[in-house]
Design a protein around this ligand. Structure first.
Ligand SMILES: *[C@@H]1O[C@H](CO)[C@@H](O)[C@H](O)[C@H]1NC(C)=O
Ligand SMILES: *[C@@H]1O[C@H](CO)[C@@H](O)[C@H](O)[C@H]1NC(C)=O
Ligand SMILES: *[C@@H]1O[C@H](CO)[C@@H](O)[C@H](O)[C@H]1NC(C)=O
Ligand SMILES: *[C@@H]1O[C@H](CO)[C@@H](O)[C@H](O)[C@H]1NC(C)=O
Ligand SMILES: *[C@@H]1O[C@H](CO)[C@@H](O)[C@H](O)[C@H]1NC(C)=O
Length: 540
C-alpha cells in the first residue's frame, strides 16, 4: 500500500467520522424523540428472593453486580411476580393484566399452536407503535407458532429460545435433577423413566429462523451477553429510544455455567448465579457507556425457585411457607406461598432514581407495563382494564405507597389454573385454597380449601407459619377488607374484555429445523453469520 493511498483512506475515515458526529449531535433535529427514556427489562428465571446477595446481608454473595446496582439504585423487598410459573407470569408482565383476563393461566408446550392471544397488546407492541426500537434476547414462552412468535409480537429483533431450556434435548445436558440424557440416546425410554423432555432438540431462534438446534446451552450466557451489548452499542446509530427485554434462562434447570469446577455439585447453582450476575453487569456497563442518564434498568424474576430440583434450586430467603412445608410438599414455584412469587427486584436509573434506596412498597411485575408506558408518555390501549399500577412515584420519588393489594393466581399447585386463590392486602395475606409443589425427594402436600380463609400477618410472620386465630377482631377486620377487595377485582374482571388462549397442541407447531432428523438437528451455524441457514431453513 502506498503512502498516498493510506492518506486517502485516512481522510475518508476522518470525513465519515465527522459526518457521523454531525448527524448524531445535531442532524436528527428531533430533540424530543431523543430524550424519551430507554428501557432495559431483565427477567431471571426461577430465581429466589434470597439469591440476591444484598437481600441477605452478611451471608456469602454471589451477585456482586446486582448488589452494586442496588446500591446505585433501588431495591424492592416486597415485589411479586404476577404468577408462579413461566407463561402466566410473562404474559402478565408484558400486558399488565392477570391470566384471568389474557387467558394465559398455565405454561405453553413445545407443540402449542396458540400463545398469548393476538388481541392482547404486549409492551413491545405498544412501544414499537410509539416509535421505539424493540429487541428481545432470551426465553419467550408465550407461543412460538405462526403469529405468536416474538417477531410478530412487537419485537424488531429477537434472539433466544421459544420456551424453557429444559424443553428439548441438547448434546451436553446441563445440571438437572433427575439427570437428563443427551439428544439421541435411547430417548423414548428415558423420557418415560425420568420425565425429561427429549423428543425434540432445543432450538435457538434469531428472528423467525432457527439458527442452531440443538442449542449449546454452555455458551448461551456468552451469546446473550454479546447480543445484548451489541444491541446497546448500536442504539446510538439508530437514534430511536429503545426497549431491550432480556429474559435469561438462568436460574432454570438445566444449569450450564461455563465456569465451573467439576465435581462440586453444590457450587453449580452458585456458579450459575455468578454467571447470571455477570450478564447483568455486562449489560449495565454497556448501558452506562452509552446513555446512563436516560436508561432505566429493571431487574426482576418470573417466579420463585423450583424446589423439586434439590441442590439446583434457588433460595427463598426467609419466605419459607412453613404452614405448608409442615404438612408436606414445597412452597415455592407453582404455589401461592411467598416463596413462589416474592422475587428479588432492583431498578437503576442514575440521576433519576436516588442511590442506595430500599423500598418496602408492595409491587408486582404487573406494574412494569403501566409504569414503563407512563415514563415513555405513551398511552396503553384503552378498551380493556389493567391490573398493574403506575409505580413512577415509588421508583423515582421515594413513595412507599405501592399497590393496595396483590392477588395471587393458582399456577399449578391446587385447583383451577389462574384462580385468584390468595389475596395480599397491606400486611395481611389470605389463602382460600392452599396447595404445595413437589419437594426435593418427591413429597407433595394436599390441596385444601379454607372457608373461612387462612390469614397470615406477614409483618409478624414472613415465613407464613401460624395463621391468625379466626375468632380475633384482628382476623375479622382483615377478612372484611380482603373479601371486599377480592370481590371488587372479580367483578372488574367479569365486566372486562377477557381473552381466551388456545392451549391445543399439534405436531406441526413443534419448532424443527430438519424434519428428516430424529431430534430435529441441523448443522450448527457459525456464531456470527447465520445467513446460509436462514435462507435454507425457514422456521415453521
Ligand atoms: C431481524 O429482523 C429485523 C426486522 O425485520 C431486521 O432488521 C434484521 O436484519 C433481522 N436480523 C436477522 C439477523 O435476520
Ligand atoms: C463493569 O464495570 C465495572 C466497573 O467499571 C467493573 O468492575 C466490572 O468488572 C464490569 N463488569 C462486567 C461484568 O463487565
Ligand atoms: C447504603 O445504605 C446502607 C443502609 O442504609 C448503608 O449501610 C450503606 O453504607 C449505604 N451504602 C452506600 C454506598 O451509601
Ligand atoms: C379478544 O378477542 C376475543 C374474541 O373476540 C374477545 O372475547 C376478547 O374480549 C378480546 N380481548 C380484548 C382485550 O379485547
Ligand atoms: C438433516 O438430517 C438428516 C438426517 O439425519 C441429515 O442427513 C442432514 O444432513 C440434516 N441436514 C442438515 C442441514 O443438517
Amino acid at each position: 500500500m502506498t503512502a498516498g493511498f493510506t492518506q486517502i483512506l485516512l481522510s475518508i475515515a476522518l470525513i465519515s467520522g465527522l459526518v457521523y458526529y454531525v448527524t448524531n449531535r445535531c442532524g436528527s433535529g428531533d430533540e424530543k424523540k431523543q430524550t424519551r427514556p430507554n428501557f432495559i427489562i431483565i427477567l431471571a428465571d426461577d430465581i429466589g428472593w434470597g439469591d440476591l446477595g444484598i437481600n441477605l446481608p452478611g451471608r456469602t454473595s454471589h451477585t456482586p453486580n446486582l448488589d452494586l446496582m442496588a446500591q446505585q439504585g433501588i431495591r424492592f423487598t416486597d415485589f411479586h411476580s404476577p404468577a408462579s410459573t413461566c407463561s402466566p407470569s410473562r404474559a402478565a408482565i408484558l400486558t399488565g393484566r392477570h391470566g384471568l383476563r389474557t387467558g394465559v393461566t398455565h405454561n405453553f408446550a413445545v407443540g402449542s399452536i396458540g400463545g398469548l392471544p393476538l388481541n392482547e397488546s404486549t409492551l413491545a407492541e405498544v412501544l414499537q407503535g410509539a416509535g421505539y426500537y424493540t429487541a428481545m434476547v432470551g426465553k419467550w414462552h408465550l407461543g412460538h407458532y405462526g403469529p405468536y412468535h416474538p417477531s410478530h409480537r412487537g419485537f424488531d429483533y429477537y434472539l433466544g429460545i421459544p420456551y424453557s431450556n429444559d424443553m428439548g434435548c441438547t448434546d451436553a445436558p446441563g445440571f438437572d435433577f433427575p439427570l437428563c440424557p443427551p439428544c439421541s440416546s435411547g430417548i423414548a425410554v428415558y423420557r418415560e423413566k425420568r420425565g425429561c423432555y427429549s423428543k425434540v432438540a432445543l432450538p435457538l431462534f434469531e428472528n423467525l429462523t432457527i439458527i442452531e438446534q440443538p442449542l449449546d446451552l454452555w455458551t448461551l450466557a456468552e451469546m446473550y451477553t454479546t447480543t445484548a451489548v451489541r444491541i446497546l452499542h448500536r442504539s446510538r446509530q439508530r437514534g430511536q429510544p429503545f426497549l431491550l427485554y432480556v429474559a435469561l434462562s438462568h436460574m432454570h434447570v438445566p444449569l450450564s455455567p461455563a465456569l465451573h469446577t467439576e465435581g462440586d455439585a453444590h457450587s453449580v447453582y452458585h456458579s450459575s448465579l455468578r454467571e447470571m450476575d455477570a450478564v447483568v453487569g455486562a449489560i449495565k456497563n454497556a448501558s452506562d457507556e452509552i446513555n446512563k442518564e436516560n436508561t432505566l434498568i429493571w431487574f426482576t424474576g418470573d417466579n420463585g425457585p423450583w424446589n423439586q430440583k434439590c441442590q439446583f434450586a434457588g433460595n427463598v430467603g426467609p419466605f419459607l411457607g412453613r404452614w405448608q412445608t409442615n404438612r408436606g410438599g414445597a412452597s415455592a414455584k407453582t404455589t401461592t406461598w411467598e416463596g413462589g412469587q416474592r422475587v428479588p427486584t432492583v431498578a437503576y436509573w442514575p440521576g433519576k432514581i436516588a442511590a442506595n434506596m430500599t423500598s418496602k412498597a408492595l409491587l408486582s411485575g404487573l406494574d412494569i407495563f403501566p409504569t414503563v408506558l407512563s415514563l415513555a408518555e405513551v398511552e396503553a390501549p384503552s378498551n380493556r382494564r389493567y391490573d398493574g399500577i403506575d409505580a413512577t412515584d415509588t421508583l423515582l420519588h421515594g413513595s412507599e405507597t405501592g399497590r393496595k393489594s396483590v392477588l395471587h393466581p393458582n399456577s399449578g399447585a391446587a385447583g383451577q389454573f389462574g384462580d385468584l386463590q390468595a389475596v395480599r392486602l397491606g400486611q395481611y395475606k389470605a389463602f382460600y385454597v392452599t396447595g404445595a409443589a413437589e419437594a426435593c425427594g418427591g413429597g407433595r402436600g394436599r390441596q385444601e380449601l379454607h372457608d373461612p380463609p387462612l390469614i397470615f400477618d406477614l409483618s409478624q410472620d414472613e415465613g407464613e407459619g401460624s395463621p391468625l386465630d379466626s375468632s380475633t377482631a384482628e382476623y375479622q377486620s382483615a377478612l372484611e377488607q380482603i373479601e371486599q377487595e377480592r370481590e371488587a377485582v372479580m367483578k372488574d374482571i367479569a365486566s372486562d374484555h377477557v381473552s381466551h388462549a388456545d392451549y391445543s397442541v399439534d405436531p406441526s407447531a413443534v419448532p424443527c429445523c430438519n424434519s428428516s432428523h430424529i431430534n430435529c438437528r441441523c448443522r450448527t451455524r457459525t456464531r456470527q453469520s447465520s445467513s446460509t441457514l436462514s435462507s435454507k431453513h425457514p422456521a415453521t
